[in-house]
Design a protein around this ligand. Sequence first.
Ligand code: HEM
Length: 413
Amino acid sequence: MNDDVDLAALDFWARPPEDRLAAFARLRALGKPVFFKEQRIPFVRARRGFHALVRHADVVHASRNAKIFSSEPAATSPEPPAWIVLLLGRPMVNMDDPRHARLRRIVARAFTPRRLSQIDEHIAKTAATIVDDVIGGGSGDFVADVAARLPIKVICAMMGVPEHHHVKVAACVDAMTEYSGVRGDVARLRTLRLLAGNLKAIVALHRLVARLGRERRRSPGDDLISALVNADVDGERLSVRELGAFFDLLLVAGNETTRNTIAHGLKLFTDHPDQRALLLADYDRRIAGAIEEIVRYVSPIIQFQRTLTCDYEMNGQSYRKGDKVVLFYLAANRDEEVFADPDTFDITRTPNPHVGFGGPGPHLCLGAHLARRELTAIFRELFTRLPGIRASGEPELLLSNFDNGIKRLPYNT
Ligand code: HEM
């Protein structure tokens, strides 16, 4: 590309969000994916680089054609080294069908509309308690006081993790996700420090779930850990490692994403009072569209990657077997060929075929309906009981090319 855009460099991800979006608009205008070289990161698999898919059509095509655009060896980057996979197992997001489909069927039982409506009451109560705690507080950090609290409690309740472990689980998830910022030219020392913290957190979570798994095998309950340890996959039981990999996936996939969406949501409704007024004029009718628009506008997950299983041509561009492509959801969600005025935040946008929950295909977000229910509940509590709540400053953003994360957001009520 004819300017200084390097998606593989951490510097790029430190730029202001508007700069990054402008760079993605220029990449889309080129009409074909650009290849970015990557530097080696110590202790993780070497990578040559990746083709950046930035157009909606390309992201959708790659998501749909999972036999060609494989999620193995990993949909996340950097890819875990073989010894980590051996030690900690492989989450289903990094698997292709048929094994992926079999595992997904087991967890999907916890995400059916019937099961989800059973936990609606728990979600509503938790959201109400969180808002009880901030009423009268006046000001603070919205992420710590509100956004971070709901998703972890909901996932832990679904999994059947007892309340007294929640704080520890939340701390482990935070340590794990800090690693997401590491890619490209980051300093060796930082990588080592983060990798060590990451591993320690994963091992602690695996120990906890293994213990709970043993308990639930003896006396099953009505929770996801019980369902997983007693499920039959390919005629065999899930191993402790597989159970641990599941636990990490659900925690990482369901926690950070929803938390960031809640925080971005408050900022968006602060910056767009007209959209907030529109929402509050008819909350029940407009909240569903508002949530889809927040997810489109924010793209809480910036990207996932795929690996080509054969030589292939897509939209006039040739790819070789083994090539990596990165599906930049945040760029696809601003594609002017699909969305009119893509940079306008419009909660009444219809249709809204965003790919914030992933493109159509086998890996489409399993927790999307759960996330929608959590977002509906927390915004209802916030905006009806604290109508004056707003972000009182700029968010402190996470330096990451994976999570569009907010570390801190000042607010007042
Ligand atoms: C706003 C919130 C969320 C966003 C933006 C989001 C985004 C995504 C995206 C983009 C993918 C696609 C992965 C791929 O194609 O490789 C995905 C997959 C997944 N998500 Fe979510 N997610 C959210 C909430 C949740 C929640 C609450 C849970 C569960 C507690 C969850 C569980 C999963 C799982 C298990 C997968 C892997 C599915 C598979 O590989 O079959 N997500 N999510």
